[in-house]
Design a protein around this ligand. Structure first.
Ligand SMILES: [Mg+2]
Length: 343
């Protein structure tokens, strides 16, 4: 265990950022001067930022620092893909309390670097400071896109198809599982719960991926969504954002919402309504997008994408159509208020 004070602030930044190899043409200068220098030529620049606080957004009793590093980078990349762009650079600022060592920060940076390696992103700067309590992470991600290819939330049109990638609710069930085991093992020294058969849920919670592959598929098939978002707060909430910004309504079919087997098993064990979990669970980082109805056949060909409903006139509202044909108005619950509601 090396105390951070032995390196000093500049020593620490040098230690964490040495050997960073620049991957992108748009990065003219990365770490090592007063500011990074970027150049996107004729492309548009996308900027997104995210603040993560210990005890609010993550719990270090069960989140390994390496995973935390990976996830904090990936959630930012996801927002850039949600604009139909490519993430290119990040800056990383950390607030670190005394209980963290240099080795802890190495673990965090290992995850961060791995994510940057996989997604082709450069770490171009950041700051590190002592914090009185806990661990704080602020990451800003810069991306690029062709101006005409940027997809906003506001473009959905009546009759458009509503598409979603992957499956929903698994990250939330992973969190429930970790929280339950934390309670059971509270106070015990060796925290080694048995997660056999539930690996997918844990991976979705601890090591999510951004859907770079879906953006590539859309491009290869020359499909430009009319609107798009990533699903961080839950399908319901994101659908309502798209509908509000586009001035439309929507109908989503319960039976078409993609859900993994492990999510269904876990929801049953926890006695939770599976559709509620899939609609409001959050942290899935899947893509939600709309395509014109005449692209139905191409939309069906997309790998890992499901058509779950359609956009309708605003006067019809935003609703879920259940398996027995009942219409229920969608509500934005967000991922942290699932306990006392049905849908
Ligand atoms: Mg987003």
């Amino acid at each position: 265990m090396t105390e951070i004070s032995t390196l000093g602030e500049f020593g620490l930044i040098r230690h964490l950022t040495e050997n960073i190899k620049i991957k992108n043409e748009s990065t003219l200068k990365g770490v090592g001067d007063d500011a990074a220098v970027l150049s996107f030529k004729d492309k548009a620049t996308l900027v997104t930022t995210d603040l993560l606080l210990e005890g609010i957004h993550f719990d270090l009793t069960y989140v390994p620092l390496k995973h935390l590093g990976y996830k904090s980078a990936v959630v930012n990349f996801s927002d850039i893909y949600a604009m139909n762009g490519q993430p290119k650079q990040i800056t990383v600022s950390l607030g670190v309390s005394k209980r963290f060592s240099v080795e802890d920060l190495d673990d965090f940076y290992e995850g961060l670097r791995l994510a940057c390696e996989i997604y082709g992103v450069d770490i171009v700067g950041g700051d590190t400071s002592a914090s009185l309590t806990g661990f704080c992470i602020s990451i800003t991600c810069i991306g690029e896109a062709e101006k005409e290819q940027i997809v906003y939330r506001k473009g959905a049109q009546v009759n458009d198809l509503i598409c979603v990638s992957g499956d929903l609710g698994a990250a939330y069930m992973g969190l429930q599982l970790l929280e339950r085991e934390k309670t059971i093992f509270a106070g015990e020294k060796d925290f080694t719960p048995d997660f056999a058969g539930k690996e997918y849920l844990l991976e979705r919670q601890l090591k999510p991926e951004a859907r770079k592959d879906i953006i590539r598929q859309l491009k290869e098939n020359q499909l430009l969504p009319t609107s798009m978002m990533d699903i961080s707060d839950g399908l319901s909430s994101e659908l309502l954002h798209i509908c509000k910004d586009s001035g439309v309504g929507c109908a989503v079919y319960e039976e078409r919402i993609p859900i993994d087997y492990q999510t269904a098993m876990m929801a049953e064990q926890f006695n939770m309504n599976l559709t509620t979990v899939a609609l409001n669970g959050g942290e899935d980082y899947e893509l939600l997008f709309t395509l014109p109805l005449d692209l139905h056949d191409q939309a069906e060909q997309l790998e890992g994408v499901k058509i779950i409903g359609h956009i309708c006139d605003a006067s019809l509202g935003s609703c879920l159509i259940t398996r027995d044909g009942t219409q229920i108005a969608l509500k934005a619950q967000g991922w942290n208020s699932l306990e006392d509601n049905n849908l």
